[in-house]
Design a binder for this molecule. Structure first.
Ligand code: ZN
Length: 131
């Protein structure tokens, strides 16, 4: 389930950009870490303030099971460092902590081309494990 959290992501602004000694572009205090070969996840405009890593996102119409209710969302964000998926809304962020399932879930999401209640299915899996 996606747990409700206080907003803790920030937009990447041009002031945060600087050049390293190697001539590669980095974002000030923000790492661009993405070791996955994904088709549909792209670099987003947000970075994770927990680990200073750029979030990648996929635009997809999907239903997710959140702490509040089942929500229809159009965008899902991933932090490859924290191994979490996020739904970013105006005043709130919903977070799914995938932990060691992150890679598996990422590739499942990456391949999705149409609506599927994937996170409801994921939650069921986890609930079963806990019983
Ligand atoms: Zn993170």
């Amino acid at each position: 389930m996606f747990k409700k959290m206080h907003k803790n992501f920030k937009l990447i602004s041009p002031e945060n950009v600087y050049y390293s000694y190697k001539g590669e572009i980095f974002y000030k205090g923000i790492k661009n870490i993405w070791n996955y070969e994904t088709i549909s996840f792209k670099k987003s405009d947000y970075y994770c303030t927990d680990c200073n890593t750029i979030l990648y996102n996929k635009k997809i119409s999907i239903e997710v099971n959140t702490e509040d209710r089942i929500k229809k969302v159009n965008n899902i964000y991933a932090c490859s460092n924290c191994k979490k998926f996020h739904i970013i809304e105006k005043d709130v962020v919903y977070t799914y902590n995938a932990e060691n399932e992150f890679e598996k879930k990422l590739y499942e999401l990456d391949e999705l081309k149409e609506d599927i209640e994937i996170f409801k299915y994921i939650d069921k899996e986890k609930d079963l494990e806990n019983k």
